[in-house]
Design a protein around this ligand. Sequence first.
Ligand SMILES: [Zn+2]
Length: 314
Amino acid sequence: MNVNRPLITTVSGTIDPDEAGIVDAHNHVWIDKVPGVRASSPVLNNFTSISAELSDYKIAGGGSIVDCQPGGCGRNGNVLRRLADSSGVNLIACTGYHLRKYYPEDFWLFKSSVEAASQFFIRELNENLLETKEGPVQVRAGFIKIAFEESLEQSPVHLVEAAVAASLATEAAIQAHTERGLNVEKITQCLLGFGLHPSRLIISHIDKRPDLGLHSNLVQAGILLEYDTFYRPKYQPDKNLWPLIRSMVEAGLEEGITLATDMAEPQFWMRMGGGPGLTGLIHQIIPGLEKIGLDEKSIQKLTGKNIAQRLALN
Ligand SMILES: [Zn+2]
């Protein structure tokens, strides 16, 4: 292997992007209960069930999962490492921050300076996730997750600046949560305005705003779009998401899309009595892509290759 090839940082070490396989580009495999947050915040903390379902995913042909829960709102890097080791699934953890509502009232990050926040993100990317500092093994973040509130004015713009600074220092990709794709034009302007390279930007949940013109412009600008409403009838995926995927691929924009299942609630997990579960990507979504006429190469890009390429760092 060429030692200069860019690599993806997983919780168990680095891998070549070609080893990532099928990737769920936005999911949550573990969320600790966070003291001081509202009771409706999602919790995923049944190790036996989660470990078993990760093994199901691996056996079905799954390779990797991008975990989008940052520190302070339920991430547990030590457990992520145990889950990756027990299942053989590559888990990619994040630094960064989520929506304000998932943190206790006085959480330090939201009051920190740009400099302190960016140094913290860089440390989690280069050295260790905070909670793994004392071991048993140190685990690193593989990307930066950030979250935009309903409006840019309500969002912690100093943390956006800090995240971009950390991306510029490390090359790490930023995956940005949007509220149903709201304000994407302003969000993009804000991020690129701080100096972020479009190839380092992944925009989440944007299929909740299935505007083909908007999506085409963003992909043509070099941004990766993450779609994940497959299991959410509320957003009418048959009417919106599936035709959107087909139109984007027909327009030759398949390099700009990555697919995910975003199962932050136990109701989506088979081993917790719900569904379609982690294997839905393989048993439902991939056959769905075949059904709308995508060829094997396009399917591989949408279900792994595109996100793997963006997560790989020199
Ligand atoms: Zn999510």
